[in-house]
Design a protein around this ligand. Structure first.
Ligand code: ZN
Ligand code: ZN
Length: 419
């Protein structure tokens, strides 16, 4: 069975998250998008965990859950993200757990390191290694991976508080780390440049703060037999079985921390062409982005393709494509109603972006929207890279670019990996 999974999401109890997030609205959004496995997010938060316990039911003995009585096929896995803080080192870590009992036991221990009620993504005074140790002691099936590994403040390799290696971050617990989340501002080809990361599965998740963003990055698995907590993690981590089919990625330039820059001064710079560390406008330190950090740690040239690596595909979320074509904002009425005219009428969002015939899309919307979707499929886009918390800006091109200057060599278009 094909499983399309988004394992890192947040509830309305996490800082800066939409109040409309509920397990029900997440299920509905997952169905629209084309996902059938999603994290619950925020299992550390007492109020949210109460909802998880009252609204979800276990699916047999699988370690996975569904909304009570739901036949939608959307499965949930118990998930959370915590910030571990030790001195000036701050790391965001995602954790998946196989049972409510193991979550309760882990939360009891984590509550001695910080206030779990204060934020769905709690800040815990403990090292990243100590957190891993607590999770795996609670359950041998605990699955912990660094979240958005390269982002400046909280990524394990981030420029401000990160480390230069997994060993430095996770110390004697490093062996329990089997995956890392590439985050929106990096994609697999960037990570392949760092040979010490070869042994980790590269996972991609939305880190959504509103349900519309669920699945903007995701993992496509092919699982023989029963879909269980263990078979999902086995599919992600065991590269011998080729069950990890591909990841769905943001264009990394669209992410908020791709380039170096300083938001207040509207200044951004490609770290490959500039070694500047200070803002030329105000003289303050630049926020060193993801591409810069990858370059720092890389021991392979840009564009290096790791043999046997899990393929990936870049996708632009459909609402953004419609917003561009209609010249409206992503959350405007026009975009919402156009989205509704395509999804689920013609299929889920992944179908519309990748597979549905352009003529059918045009018949349900208009030629500008059909052309925009075709452009994205053909990789006819340009993105002004994001920096210092500013998302990259998408532009759809009328012709195939002679060269795509902002993109790292070796980047692939959607069509390369369509089944
Ligand atoms: Zn985070
Ligand atoms: Zn500045």
């Amino acid at each position: 069975m094909e499983v399309i999974a988004d394992l890192h999401v947040h509830s309305r109890f996490a800082m800066a998250c939409s109040t409309r997030i509920s397990l029900e609205s997440m299920e509905a959004a997952a169905l629209e998008k084309g996902l059938n496995l999603i994290g619950t997010g925020d299992f550390t938060h007492p109020e949210w965990l109460k909802e998880i316990k009252s609204s979800l039911e276990p699916i047999d003995e699988t370690g996975l859950f569904r909304l009570k009585g739901s036949r939608s096929g959307v499965m949930f896995v118990l998930s959370a993200e915590v910030a571990t803080i030790f001195g000036h080192k701050r790391v965001h870590n995602c954790a998946l757990m196989p049972s409510i009992e193991s979550v309760d036991a882990l939360n009891d221990e984590l509550a001695t390191h910080g206030d779990l009620k204060s934020d769905g993504r709690p800040a815990l005074t403990m090292g990243a290694a100590e957190f891993v140790e607590a999770a795996v002691r609670t359950s041998g099936d605990a699955f912990v991976f660094p979240a958005h590994a390269w982002t400046p403040w909280f990524g394990v390799f981030g420029s401000f508080s990160g480390f230069d290696s997994m060993k430095d971050a996770y110390e004697d617990q490093e062996g329990h780390i089997r995956a890392l989340e590439t985050g929106l501002s990096s994609d697999p080809v960037m990570n392949w440049r760092v040979s010490s990361l070869d042994k980790y599965a590269l996972v991609s998740n939305s880190d959504m703060h509103s349900v519309e963003k669920i699945g903007r990055e995701a993992n496509v698995l092919s699982i023989d037999g029963k879909v269980t907590y263990r078979s999902v993690i086995g599919a992600i981590c065991n590269d011998g079985n080729k069950a990890f089919k591909r990841t769905i990625e943001f264009y990394p330039e669209e992410g908020k921390y791709h380039y170096d820059g300083h938001r207040q001064c509207n200044y951004s710079v490609n770290p490959e062409t500039s070694k500047a560390t200070k803002c030329p406008v105000c003289g303050k330190r630049l926020v060193i982005g993801v591409l810069h950090r990858v370059n720092d740690l890389a021991d392979r040239p840009p564009g290096f393709v790791k043999p046997g690596a899990v393929p990936y595909v870049h996708m632009v979320p459909l609402r953004e494509v419609i917003a561009y074509a209609t010249k409206k904002t992503t959350y405007s009425q026009v975009v919402a109603s156009t989205y509704r005219s395509l999804v689920p009428v013609l299929g889920n969002e992944f179908d519309v972006l990748e597979n549905v015939a352009i003529e059918a899309i045009e018949a349900r919307s208009n030629s500008a929207i059909a052309r925009a979707i075709r452009n994205v499929r053909d990789n006819m886009i340009h993105i002004a890279p994001g920096y210092d918390g500013v998302f990259g800006k998408l532009e759809l091109l009328e012709q195939k670019p002679e060269s795509a200057p902002a993109k790292p060599a070796g980047q692939r278009g959607m069509s390369d990996f369509v089944h």
